[in-house]
Design a protein around this ligand. Structure first.
Ligand code: NAP
Length: 322
């Protein structure tokens, strides 16, 4: 019986279809990721793997699985943890879960923007500490959302969905992308500009690129310094797109008013890290796609694509390099 190893439990019953079709499905039962040596051991002999963004899926792992490994289905969008070249060389199909998590992630990006700008978490902490003694004209002021200019870096599925939300708040949308997007540009009344211009003009900057050698620390000290005075940075892309030290410095001594982060570098953030202690940084633990329906749908996508490849059919969501 061919075996599929799943590196975390998944919501719903999507894996049942694999079991009912005659595959042995072996699920890592613990909340934390399997330690590397355990992972290397557990993948041995697997025909399929369902992986998460914390798993390093490299040549070593593929070789540990052995020559019977046919498919790796990533329960995420963003393939920076997977060596696609190594998979290709070994004839292993890689799939992912694009599209279905677009709206959930854009929702969270917008929630972080609003929370960071309007000091929602700071206000909540203030109330919780018992400091709410009066209404005051100067208490917890922050930048306005409506009528502001938002800069979207990476105008793909999530970037455009985020821009759509920004339009609902009567924001002007600027974007930067490798290729122009004329249709989305027209639909969202968006203006394509170079990154430097976007940083200089936007009140809010939201990051939506994949993590690639090109976008690694795209938001470095120099670029953060070019942001508009009082701007807010939102990152739901990948932690390493931002230089953490430079971000902290830009919050203390540079133009940044606040930041909303669903992804960080390092990730997870160790307890007491300056980012989690900073009053004007709102951090969520990489939960962009964590909507009930979205996570169920993602589970169905990976299970069906694993089944397709193991049965000799093409997958519906093959991964392509960013
Ligand atoms: P997508 O549709 O492929 O969009 C990515 C966009 O980034 C593309 O339009 C691409 O531009 C653009 N891009 C790539 N390199 C760029 C660069 N150097 N400068 C400017 N733009 C660049 O992907 P998506 O579904 O929107 O997802 C985007 C990323 O979000 C994922 O890769 C993942 O890292 C992250 N994500 C996070 C969560 C979360 O839980 N926080 C959830 C899902 C995804 P072109 O079209 O011009 O090539």
């Amino acid at each position: 019986m061919e075996r599929v190893f799943v590196t975390r439990s998944l919501p719903g019953t999507a894996l049942d279809e694999l079991r009912q079709t005659g595959y042995r499905v072996d699920v890592w039962p613990e909340f934390l990721a399997p330690p590397r040596e355990v992972l290397l051991e557990r993948v041995r002999g697997a025909a399929g793997l369902i992986t998460m963004l914390e798993d390093r899926v490299d040549a070593e792992l593929m070789d540990a699985a052995g020559p019977g490994l046919k498919v790796i289905a990533q329960y995420a969008v963003g393939l920076d943890n997977i060596d696609l070249e190594a998979a290709k060389k070994r004839g292993i199909v890689v799939t992912h879960t694009p599209g279905v998590l677009t709206d959930a992630t854009a929702d969270l990006a917008f929630a972080l923007l609003a929370a960071a700008a309007r000091r929602v978490v700071e206000g909540h902490d203030y109330v919780r500490r018992g400091e709410w003694k009066t209404w005051h004209p100067e208490l917890l002021l922050g930048p306005e959302l409506h009528g502001a200019t938002v800069g979207v870096v990476g105008f793909g599925r999530i970037g455009q969905a985020f821009a759509h939300r920004a339009r609902g708040f009567e924001m002007k949308v600027l974007y930067t992308s490798r290729r122009p997007k004329p249709e989305a540009e027209a639909a969202l009344a968006a203006e394509r500009v170079e990154l430097d211009e976007l940083l200089a003009r936007a009140d809010f900057v939201s990051l939506h690129t994949p993590l690639t050698p090109e976008t690694h620390r795209l938001m470095n000290a120099e670029r953060l310094a070019r942001m508009k005075e009082g701007a807010v940075l939102v990152n739901t892309a990948r932690g390493k797109v931002v230089d953490t030290e430079a971000l902290l410095d830009a919050l203390e001594h540079g133009p940044l008013f606040a930041a909303g982060l669903d992804v960080t570098d390092p990730e997870p953030l160790p307890a007491g890290h300056p980012l989690s202690r900073h009053p004007r940084v709102v951090v969520t633990p990489h939960i962009g796609s964590a909507g009930h329906a979205t996570r169920l749908h993602m589970a169905e996508m990976v299970a069906r694509d694993v089944l397709a490849v193991l049965q000799g059919r093409p997958p519906r969501y093959p991964a392509t390099p960013a």
